[in-house]
Design a protein around this ligand. Structure first.
Ligand code: Q46
Ligand code: ZN
Length: 302
């Protein structure tokens, strides 16, 4: 099999685009897809200070690498969650990646914020860790970016992640979530930093191939709490459809983005949290409420 762009041997076939590409042309293809997403959805401008949230997994490391190669001013950010074994391995991977690139790494520890890690907090409140973890990560990322003057927070969500989320929201007719699902969540207030997903036009397989071919050393293990995630069967369903009709995932997601504007926004009015000043729909934000509840459990233990 020959590369579609040159005469070299192709290393990957991409059925969704009816392409076979050699290593060099595939790496360029990935950069073009990210540039296309940035242009089409107006994600970033050159010269902006961009904070990339790194988990140590393939997607976030690829996002950082690609944006850096495209000439964006990126700095790395990592949150130590407090998940035994997994957090240590993630941090090690992130540190090695950043060191190799001579980039700046900002670190936050959930334990420094809450007095305990995510798993212990969840245990105290008898909740699944994931139900707290996502909110904690979003809050800390936004707060850090605001305090340090970044204008964008980047995450590594790819086409498979977004397609699975979209399918899940549709299956449950969660129109409120649908109206907020986008590659760009703009800043509507100085304390709300825009959130950007530059990998949305790349499939999981394409991101994986990019990491293997660059190469980028990433953490292959998933968080132990990701096992039962509802997104897994949804990803499998989309993969099956993709197998029968290449390009389905892209058509599904891009088609949604075209009609998304017509979905009524269901967001309650945002106001400043009475404790921390960051935005919330309640009097007190979820993060400050969580801290208060954990302090109460601490009190009961004394
Ligand atoms: S939310 Fe849940 Fe993830 Fe947090 S506890 Fe692990 S699986 S890391 S994306
Ligand atoms: Zn608050």
């Amino acid at each position: 099999m020959k590369c579609r762009k040159c005469d070299e041997r192709a290393v990957i076939r991409i059925r969704a685009h009816n392409l076979a590409l050699c290593r060099e042309d595939f790496l360029d293809f990935v950069l073009d897809r990210v540039q296309k997403a940035i242009r089409t959805y107006r994600l970033l401008q050159k010269g902006e200070r961009v904070l990339v949230a790194l988990s140590g997994g393939k997607d976030s490391l690829a996002a950082f690498d690609i944006l850096q190669r495209l000439g964006y001013q990126v700095e790395a950010f990592h949150i130590e969650l407090g998940i035994d074994g997994f957090s240590e391995a993630s941090l090690e991977k992130v540190k090695a990646f950043v060191r190799e690139r001579g980039a700046t790494l900002h670190l936050l520890r959930v334990e420094d914020e809450l007095g305990m890690g995510v798993v212990e907090a969840a245990r105290r409140l008898r909740r699944p860790p994931c139900s707290l973890c996502g909110m904690i990560k979003r809050y800390l990322m936004n707060r850090f970016a605001y305090e340090r003057g970044f204008s964008a927070v980047v995450t590594g969500h790819n086409l498979d992640d977004e397609g699975a989320t979209l399918l899940g929201n549709l299956l449950r007719w969660q129109t409120g979530y649908l109206s907020r699902q986008a590659p760009l969540l703009p800043s509507s207030h100085p304390r709300l930093i825009k959130k950007v997903k530059p990998l949305v036009l790349l499939s999981e397989r394409e991101v994986l191939a990019y990491c293997l071919l660059r190469p980028i050393s990433y953490l292959p293990d998933r968080c132990p709490y990701a096992k039962g995630a509802t997104s897994i069967p949804q990803k499998e369903a989309l993969n099956l459809l993709e197998l029968h009709s290449p390009g389905t995932k892209l058509r599904f997601y891009q088609g949604f983005l075209q009609v998304r504007e017509s979905i009524p926004q269901e967001e309650g009015e945002l106001r400043e949290c009475e404790v921390c000043g960051f935005l919330t729909v309640r009097e007190k934000c979820q993060f400050c409420t969580l801290k208060e509840r954990l302090n109460a459990t601490e009190g009961r233990r004394r």
